[in-house]
Write a protein that binds this ligand. Structure first.
Ligand SMILES: [Zn+2]
Length: 551
């Protein structure tokens, strides 16, 4: 539990430091805290029984009485995806930019439950007061509309939390990065900067969003046949930009993928989209001439149920791949998804499509600052101290070095669970807590132990053996009958099980007459494990049911 013994601003990251995703930081003075962002992380496929990873909900529960609000910087899932879980736990107001707020509401409509009661929309330069902290929203550019940095005025100085950002000087909606705003804050003096490290290993400046749209537009114009563009559904500006490019090339556009419709609807409800989009219904795709059509679809990360993956497997009711289709993956190839993405690309190629992606064409622009922009952020603000956030450890380390090179004296490399105190005298890490992450499995939420994740993974790997043993106490010795069933154990033949049953009966019958049920169960488990280890090098779970029968 966080100590409130001395006069200090406390910062406690619970996610997003040393990893990509699941961003959540606590900021607070005395007994007034707020949660900054509330993200989830997608679990690796080997994590049987877990779809999403959540920040440590038990720890948040400990701070429940101190936390007064949740403040969200933008609508990406790794910043808002856990809001329904954290929101229902803390029951505090949630402040979010209009687009993020509408995404939350639309998702609630989808689940059919209204979890976030008090959802307040925050705009550029809006101020929220939490105890002695005054938090102001300052516009940045990113790969999703409506993204803000937080400027936190405290008695210990001004803290700037950049959230995710890039410096796009020519953004799609014309609402640019607030250079003046940042410079003014810098002029007044910044005590501590916490800045996005995602691209700290990438030299230079990010490509602008319009450049990526332009590159996709060029391919659309040149294409002889149909064009399919797959992208992150949340990148609404790119979706709209590509629709414009297609229409300028005299082509019609269809959208395939529920999430793209959801984000467009959120954008519309936020008041940013007023004109109707002239779209072709996805059921009419096949009726249009190939050269007249552009399809914008989900599946850029080869997500198993996404439109493009299903089309690549010839398993989509409305979308089929034609020979001479041009497929553009206008997105990052995320390292963990690489295998699945290239499997999909191969399948698309096999069906005759020509595939363009970020490694062969400039069809994507990152939403995160590269080193030049990170440097520029530091130069605008000239902070006294610096903490890299949002990134894997190596990225944060590189960002930390960059800040040192820029002449910042106090640079800290901290991780999730490290409690930082900012006082009048200095900044230090005062505690290192071990965090217990939570997971979502359908409607279930719990930590790894509660969801039995380890057991489920091992069960999938090693299988299960159930044994029924009926033991008779005869006059001089025991008699036994056994029956065995297996689940998920490869290469088990009936002959092998018969052999095992006989072996088990022999073992039980050799036990003393005074034997207890527990000892029989232990013998069965030992026998079964030994048997499968020797035969196929597996350690299955054993369920034994022992009954003593009267002779
Ligand atoms: Zn983001």
């Amino acid at each position: 539990m966080m100590q409130t013994r001395k006069d200090a601003l406390r910062i406690l990251p619970l996610g997003g430091l040393g990893e990509i995703g699941m961003n959540l930081l606590l900021y607070g003075i005395d007994d007034h805290f707020f949660v900054c962002d509330c993200g989830v992380q997608f679990c690796d496929p080997w994590m049987v029984g877990a779809e999403h990873r959540l920040p440590d909900l038990d720890l948040l529960l400990e701070y429940k009485d101190l936390i007064r609000a949740i403040i969200l910087t933008h609508g990406h899932e790794d910043h808002i995806g856990a809001v329904q879980f954290v929101g229902s736990l803390l029951k505090v107001p949630v402040y979010a930019p209009p687009f993020a707020a509408e995404i939350i509401r639309l998702k609630e409509e989808e689940y059919g439950s209204h979890i976030v009661r008090d959802l307040l929309k925050t705009k550029d330069k809006d101020v929220v007061n939490i105890g002695k902290m005054q938090i102001r929203f300052l516009r940045v550019t990113h790969s999703i509309p409506d993204t803000f940095a937080l400027v936190i005025e405290t008695p210990f100085g001004t803290i700037v939390h950049t959230s995710d950002f890039k410096m796009d000087d020519d953004p799609y909606d014309g609402v640019g990065f607030d250079y003046d705003g940042f410079k003014k804050i810098g002029d007044k003096g910044v005590r501590l900067l916490l800045s996005d490290s995602t691209n700290a290993l990438v030299e230079g400046h990010t490509r602008t969003e319009k450049d990526a749209i332009e590159a996709v537009g060029h391919l659309i114009k040149e294409a002889k046949g149909r064009v399919l563009v797959s992208l992150f559904a949340s990148n609404v500006h790119r979706v709209l930009g590509i629709i414009e490019k297609a229409q300028a090339a005299q082509k019609r556009v269809a959208i395939v993928g529920k999430s793209i419709h959801l984000y467009l609807e959120a954008y519309r409800r936020a008041g940013y989209l007023t004109a109707p989009l002239d779209l072709v219904d996805e059921r009419r795709i096949e009726r249009l001439d190939d050269k007249e059509l552009v399809v914008i679809c989900t599946g850029s990360q080869a997500e198993p149920r996404s439109a493009l993956v299903r089309a690549s497997l010839q398993d989509h009711e409305n979308l089929r791949i034609h020979a001479d289709d041009t497929v553009i993956l206008s997105s990052r190839i995320i390292p963990g998804n690489e295998k699945a993405i290239f499997r999909m690309i191969n399948n698309l190629a096999r069906l005759g499509a020509r595939v363009f992606h970020e490694r062969v064409a400039q069809v994507h622009a990152s939403g995160h600052a590269c080193r030049d922009e990170e440097r520029q952020m530091i130069r605008l603000l000239r902070p006294k101290a610096f903490i890299p956030i949002h990134g894997e450890y190596a990225f944060m380390k590189a960002h930390h070095e960059l800040a040192s090179e820029e002449g910042i004296q106090d640079c800290f490399l901290v991780e999730n669970g490290h409690l930082i105190e900012v006082t009048k005298q200095g900044i230090e890490v005062v505690e290192r807590m071990t965090l217990n992450h939570h997971y979502v499995d359908g409607s279930l939420v719990g930590d790894a132990e509660e969801l039995r994740l380890d057991e489920r993974r091992k069960m999938g790997w090693h299988g299960v053996v159930a044994v029924w043993a009926f033991v008779q106490k005869k006059r001089k010795r025991l008699g036994a009958r056994c029956s065995i069933k297996t689940i998920g154990i490869p290469t088990v033949e009936k002959k092998m099980l018969d052999e095992l049953e006989m072996h088990l009966c022999d073992e039980i019958e050799d036990m003393p007459l005074s034997v207890q049920k527990k000892q029989v169960e232990e013998t069965i488990e030992g026998c079964i494990r030994g048997f499968f280890r020797r035969k196929i090098d597996k350690k299955p779970f054993v369920l034994s049911f022992v009954e003593f029968e009267e002779d």
